[in-house]
Design a protein around this ligand. Structure first.
Ligand SMILES: [Zn+2]
Length: 184
């Protein structure tokens, strides 16, 4: 046990790789198939929305309030996927913003660090991380303003909801129940 702890403390990413991928639901092949699924769903129906992170709504094809609400709900992530509430839908943004590998995120998550704590430890401003995450989904809000589906005032309210969602996800304590996003 001591030996194992020592290895973990040393940040043995390879040791944890198998666990990491299993916990994340984001192996390379799964990521690929999810992307394909999202494309297929977008092509066949505008009603595509799934429960898991990155599962349902394509940011670039949101055309209704219902889809936008789902998109913001998905920003909360999925508590069953661990302290980071999943990585798959935000993986590239996390890697870019935090400057660490996906594997290291899992090592740190297994050590009890939420995304805010990781940001603190690697010297990234928490709000910058949240802003980067928000920027991945906010184009959908702009698109609905442009199409006349929502007003600018409504867009402001949805933007606040999106910030709340990612703030919740980044700072999650592992306990708090996921809020439900409502249409404004
Ligand atoms: Zn992951």
């Amino acid at each position: 046990m001591l030996h194992l702890k020592k290895k973990l403390a040393a940040g043995a990413a390879t040791l944890l790789l198998g666990i990491s991928l299993a916990a994340c639901g984001g192996t390379a092949s799964e990521t690929t198939s999810t992307a394909a699924t999202t494309q297929a769903a977008a092509a066949t129906t505008s009603d595509a929305r799934g429960g898991g992170p990155g599962g349902g709504v394509d940011v670039s094809s949101v055309s209704s309030v219902d889809e936008l609400v789902s998109l913001i709900q998905e920003a909360y992530g999925e508590p069953s996927l661990g302290l980071h509430r999943g990585h798959q839908d935000v993986e590239s943004t996390l890697i870019e913003a935090l400057g660490i590998s996906h594997d290291e995120m899992h090592v740190r998550m297994d050590a009890g660090q939420n995304l805010a704590t990781i940001a603190d430890e690697v010297g990234v401003d928490r709000q910058e991380l949240i802003d980067a995450l928000v920027a991945t989904r906010s184009p959908a809000i702009d698109a609905l303003v442009d199409s006349g589906t929502i007003t600018r005032a409504e867009a402001e309210a949805y933007s606040e909801q999106l910030v709340e969602a990612y703030t919740f996800r980044v700072t999650w304590d592992g306990q708090a129940a996921t809020p439900t996003v409502e249409a404004v």
